[in-house]
Design a protein around this ligand. Structure first.
Ligand SMILES: NC(=O)c1ccc[n+]([C@@H]2O[C@H](COP(=O)([O-])OP(=O)(O)OC[C@H]3O[C@@H](n4cnc5c(N)ncnc54)[C@H](OP(=O)(O)O)[C@@H]3O)[C@@H](O)[C@H]2O)c1
Length: 245
């Protein structure tokens, strides 16, 4: 079957590992993001690794004018259309507290931009009666914590949107996988103190591909984060509000 993947936020190391896996099985790939030089080099590499076709396109979550051309390009792609959203940004919560003007960018990168793009491309998946949307949210969205509650709130909004989109697309035979990674060793977490059980981007990407193949609904990766977050969600609010986690 001909499969095309549109990968947003493709310069993320998780996205790079995911893109390599789908290229190696011969899928078509469009890598999208802000750094065109990096994305073009990546597309060349993906073609050498076996992608049936590989192209770079500009996507900026804060600039909706970049969304339409990608959707139009996807309409010309043959076969099954799949979308993977790795876009996200996480400024330190202390920086956001000091400068609340940063909030709109965090919400655009983690919520509004990805959600609007998915709203624009969803009719195509419905028309093709198949395909998968992978949306990378975070365990940070499961409960607001002092260390990253603005980012966490945007990720929670994204996860809720993905749940509704899954409800919609399942009627057309398409599917949505919500991904909730724990701590992953990437540029986003570089230099952050106090991280534990840190996973590699390759492990997360492999878990995501398995979840796509098994049509999982919600993926905690690595899997033990499901247990950790179940415990964290059970802590009563009167205790939780005093914790510094
Ligand atoms: N690392 C973790 O521990 C962790 C845990 C849970 C969830 N996540 C989520 O996993 C996803 C991948 O993150 P990562 O850890 O691999 O970090 P990363 O390397 O910082 O990747 C973030 C990606 O988002 C892109 N991006 C940021 N703002 C954008 C914008 N306005 N428009 C378009 N693209 C934009 C970045 O592109 P540029 O190269 O142009 O900056 C990059 O490709 C993110 O959604 C993140 O929130 C990460």
């Amino acid at each position: 079957m001909t499969r095309s993947w549109i990968i947003l936020g493709a310069t993320s190391s998780m996205a790079r590992a995911f893109a390599r896996s789908v290229a190696e099985r011969g899928d078509r790939v469009i890598v999208a993001g802000r750094d065109m030089a990096d994305l073009k080099a990546m597309a060349t590499d993906l073609a050498l690794r076996g992608a049936a076709s590989a192209e770079a396109m500009r996507f900026d979550a804060r600039d909706p004018a970049t969304f339409g051309p990608i959707v139009q390009k996807a309409e010309l792609e043959p076969g099954e259309i799949n979308v993977a959203v790795f876009v996200g940004s996480m400024p330190a919560q202390a920086e956001i507290d000091a400068d609340p003007a940063l909030i709109s960018g965090v919400v655009a990168d983690n919520f509004t931009g990805p959600v609007r793009f998915l709203a624009e491309i969803a009719p195509l998946l419905e028309a093709r009666a198949g395909g998968t949307v992978v949306g990378v949210s975070s365990v940070a969205g499961d409960r607001g914590r002092i260390s990253n509650y603005t980012y966490g709130a945007a990720k929670a909004g994204f996860a809720t949107y993905l749940s509704g989109l899954r409800n919609r697309l399942t009627r057309a035979g398409a599917h949505v996988v919500t991904v909730k990674p724990g701590f992953v060793d990437t540029s986003m977490t570089w230099g952050i103190e106090g991280m534990f059980l840190v996973a590699s981007p390759e492990k997360v990407a492999a878990d995501i591909l398995k979840a796509v193949e098994k049509r999982r609904n919600v993926l905690y990766t690595p899997g033990f984060w499901w247990l950790i977050m179940t415990i964290i969600k059970l802590v009563p609010e009167r205790i939780f509000k005093k914790l510094s986690i």
